[in-house]
Design a protein around this ligand. Structure first.
Ligand SMILES: [Zn+2]
Length: 326
C-alpha cells in the first residue's frame, strides 16, 4: 500500500467533503457499488466499482471454466463502470464483444439502474486445448467491442465499435474511448477470489478538456499536462486496493488524488444482479417460428424448453399452445 501517495498536503475542501460523506460513516464491507468523482481543476472525472456477491450471483447461473469466469468478471466490472456514466436511471448500457472465428463467439453484458447481467458463448473444446490463462487475442482472435448507450429520457442512442485489441478488456475499453469518443481514458480492472467468493474491482478515469460532457472533440490528446498527471496517479492503483472488500471506495479516491485542490464525490449506485427475461416475451419469440420448425424444438412430451442466456432460467412452453391459437 501507499507508495508516495500519502505523503502530501491535505486539501481542506476534500476533508470537509469526505467527513460529511454519509456513505463513508459506517462502511466495513464496501462491495457491489460504484462511486463517481470529479477533479475539476484537471477536467477529469472518474468511477470506481467493486463487485462481490453480485458477481457470484451472475456466475452461479452458469458453470463456466475459470478463464471464461475471469473474462466475464472483467466485463461486468467494465459494465458497472460504463453503466454508471448513464445520465438517467432508465437508460441502458450494453457491452458486446464478438468474433467470427474466436474461441469466444460472443460476450454480452448490460446495465440498467444498477442491475447488471451477462453471459458468454464459447467453444469449450477449443478453450480446453489452449493455455489455462489465455490472452484476449487467444480468446477472441480478431474481435470487435461494441458499446451502446441508450439514454431513456432523451431517447438518444450512441454506439461505438472498435477492434478488440490489447492485453485485456480494460485495454480494449481504453481504445474504445480514445478512438470512438476521443476521450483520453485510463481503465484498470482486477479480478480475484477469496474465502467469501469472487470479487472484482475497477477504476475508470477520463479527461474531458472542454469541461463539458458530450461535446464533440476533434482529436484525442493524450499528452495534455492535466491528463498526464491524473493518468500517472490513477495508474498507481494496486489490484489489492480495487479488490479489498474492507477498503471504502472513497478511500481509494482519496489515496490516489488527495494532492488535488478539490475532488468532488458524485455519489454512485448500488449494484445488483438483474435479468429482464419473461415468459410472455419468450412465447412471442417462439410464435414467430414456422410451425414445422417449432415442432422440431419440442421434446417427447411436446414441451419446448427455452433457457435465458443471461440467467439460465428455463421457460417450458407447451408446443400445442401455438396450434391452439392458430
Ligand atoms: Zn434471464
Amino acid at each position: 500500500m501507499g507508495k508516495n501517495r500519502f505523503c502530501s498536503g491535505v486539501s481542506t475542501s476534500w476533508v470537509e467533503r469526505r467527513s460529511t460523506s454519509p456513505i463513508l460513516a459506517d462502511v466495513t464491507h464496501d462491495i457491489d457499488r460504484t462511486l463517481g468523482f470529479a477533479i475539476a481543476s484537471r477536467h477529469a472525472r472518474g468511477r470506481v466499482a467493486r463487485l462481490g456477491p453480485v458477481l457470484d450471483a451472475v456466475l452461479a447461473a452458469h458453470s463456466y471454466p475459470p478463464a471464461i469466469e475471469r473474462l466475464l468478471a472483467e466485463a461486468l466490472v467494465l459494465t458497472a463502470l460504463l453503466g454508471s456514466l448513464l445520465k438517467d436511471d432508465a437508460g441502458q448500457m450494453t457491452l458486446q464483444a464478438q468474433t467470427e472465428a474466436g474461441i469466444v463467439e460472443l460476450l454480452v453484458c448490460d446495465y440498467r439502474a444498477g442491475e447488471v447481467r451477462g453471459y458468454v458463448r464459447f467453444d469449450a473444446d477449443r478453450l480446453a486445448e489452449g493455455p489455462s490463462d489465455p490472452s484476449l487475442f487467444a480468446l477472441f482472435g480478431r474481435g470487435y467491442l461494441a458499446i451502446t448507450f441508450d439514454q431513456a429520457v432523451s431517447g438518444e442512442r450512441y454506439q461505438g465499435i472498435v477492434p478488440l485489441e490489447g492485453a485485456s478488456l480494460a485495454d480494449a475499453a481504453q481504445s474504445y474511448f480514445a478512438q470512438s469518443e476521443q476521450i483520453p481514458s485510463l481503465v484498470r480492472i482486477a479480478v480475484g477470489r477469496d474465502g467469501e467468493g469472487c470479487k472484482a474491482g475497477g477504476l475508470l478515469l477520463q479527461h474531458l478538456p472542454e469541461g463539458e460532457e458530450g461535446r464533440e472533440r476533434l482529436h484525442t490528446r493524450l499528452d495534455h499536462p492535466e491528463w498526464e498527471h491524473v493518468a500517472i496517479m490513477g495508474g498507481t492503483i494496486a489490484d489489492d486496493e480495487l479488490l479489498g472488500r474492507d477498503l471504502p471506495l472513497e478511500t481509494i479516491v482519496w489515496r490516489l488524488f488527495n494532492e488535488e485542490e478539490e475532488v468532488r464525490l458524485l455519489g454512485g449506485a448500488a449494484l445488483s444482479r438483474g435479468c429482464r427475461c419473461d415468459a410472455v416475451h419468450i412465447r412471442d419469440v417462439l410464435g414467430q417460428f414456422p410451425a414445422d420448425e417449432r415442432a422440431t424444438m419440442a421434446d417427447g412430451e411436446g414441451v419446448i424448453s427455452v433457457d435465458c442466456a443471461f440467467c439460465s432460467r428455463v421457460f417450458p412452453v407447451a408446443a400445442r399452445e401455438f396450434t391452439m391459437n392458430s
